[in-house]
Design a protein around this ligand. Sequence first.
Ligand SMILES: *[C@@H]1O[C@H](CO)[C@@H](O)[C@H](O)[C@H]1NC(C)=O
Ligand SMILES: *[C@@H]1O[C@H](CO)[C@@H](O)[C@H](O)[C@H]1NC(C)=O
Ligand SMILES: *[C@@H]1O[C@H](CO)[C@@H](O)[C@H](O)[C@H]1NC(C)=O
Ligand SMILES: *[C@@H]1O[C@H](CO)[C@@H](O)[C@H](O)[C@H]1NC(C)=O
Ligand SMILES: *[C@@H]1O[C@H](CO)[C@@H](O)[C@H](O)[C@H]1NC(C)=O
Length: 270
Amino acid sequence: MSLFRGFAAATILTATTAAGTGKRGAAYNNNNDYGDATFANMLSNYSQVTWGYDWGFPSYNLSSTFEFVPMLWGLPSGDDSSWTDAVQTAGTKNILGFNEPDLTYSGSANILPADAAQGYKTYMEPFNGTVRIGAPNILWNNYDSSSSGGDYSSRTWTSYFMGNCTDCHFDFACIHWYQDCDPGNGQSGADWFTSNVTDAYNTLNLPIWITEFQCYGDDTQQASFLGDVIPWLDSQEYVERYAYFGVFPDYLLNDAGNALSEAGQAYTSA
Ligand SMILES: *[C@@H]1O[C@H](CO)[C@@H](O)[C@H](O)[C@H]1NC(C)=O
Ligand SMILES: *[C@@H]1O[C@H](CO)[C@@H](O)[C@H](O)[C@H]1NC(C)=O
Ligand SMILES: *[C@@H]1O[C@H](CO)[C@@H](O)[C@H](O)[C@H]1NC(C)=O
Ligand SMILES: *[C@@H]1O[C@H](CO)[C@@H](O)[C@H](O)[C@H]1NC(C)=O
Ligand SMILES: *[C@@H]1O[C@H](CO)[C@@H](O)[C@H](O)[C@H]1NC(C)=O
């Protein structure tokens, strides 16, 4: 119980506030001493946070106060009945596909656009109409570094993917964004972020989920960034959901992982 002692007081204060817009999510994993969703569940008393995902499935005992959204992280090597089971688990309303297939670093799904489209047709599209389907999760502000399969931007990757997936149905598009909180030279990380989200919507013409975003800076800078962008996100009709990176110690939690960080407090209030 000592794990939660630090934030019990904050919980009581926020429990009575309005339910929020239902857009805010918990991006978490089970890579911790508990091997489960303990960290994400620390947000379960904050009514503003309504859904969660862990870059995969299962949910590792995510609290039932959240909607769990399963993700097919990369291309399965063959028929994957566990994915089908995850999609067909009672309560699943939305599904996410490929994590950063547009990038080539070791933690990305790194898939050629044509192969990713084939993967969608095989593993995602069969569920059209039964759950809502998200387009691949791509790094929207990757302009010029080499992208999966060639020396082009993530936006180009997306246009190739869409070009190969013309018979596909997407209920929403998914983007990531990472940049400095305070870039200097009179620039604003918050402005960069909101203009990228707007640009994604204008380009893709689909409701937008920001499944990962973070500004680089200290805890206070990140809290300030969140204070700036959350009201904007909540008031854009086309922004359906967003998840700040992430519910981990030293991110939305403090170093010890037993209370919210400043950024975490900003994320769970307002
Ligand atoms: C959430 O609130 C309930 C009721 O007040 C409390 O029993 C529980 O410990 C709280 N959970 C967390 C993670 O703080
Ligand atoms: C989830 O909860 C069930 C029932 O309490 C337990 O048996 C199981 O080990 C838990 N799984 C994880 C990953 O914590
Ligand atoms: C997907 O399902 C929707 C209904 O939810 C339907 O209107 C649409 O035609 C379907 N698209 C494809 C490609 O099957
Ligand atoms: C399909 O994807 C490939 C790369 O994988 C690309 O070269 C091609 O132009 C794409 N086709 C369309 C119609 O976008
Ligand atoms: C997107 O973010 C980048 C910083 O990563 C910034 O340079 C760019 O101006 C932003 N705006 C748009 C419309 O993409």
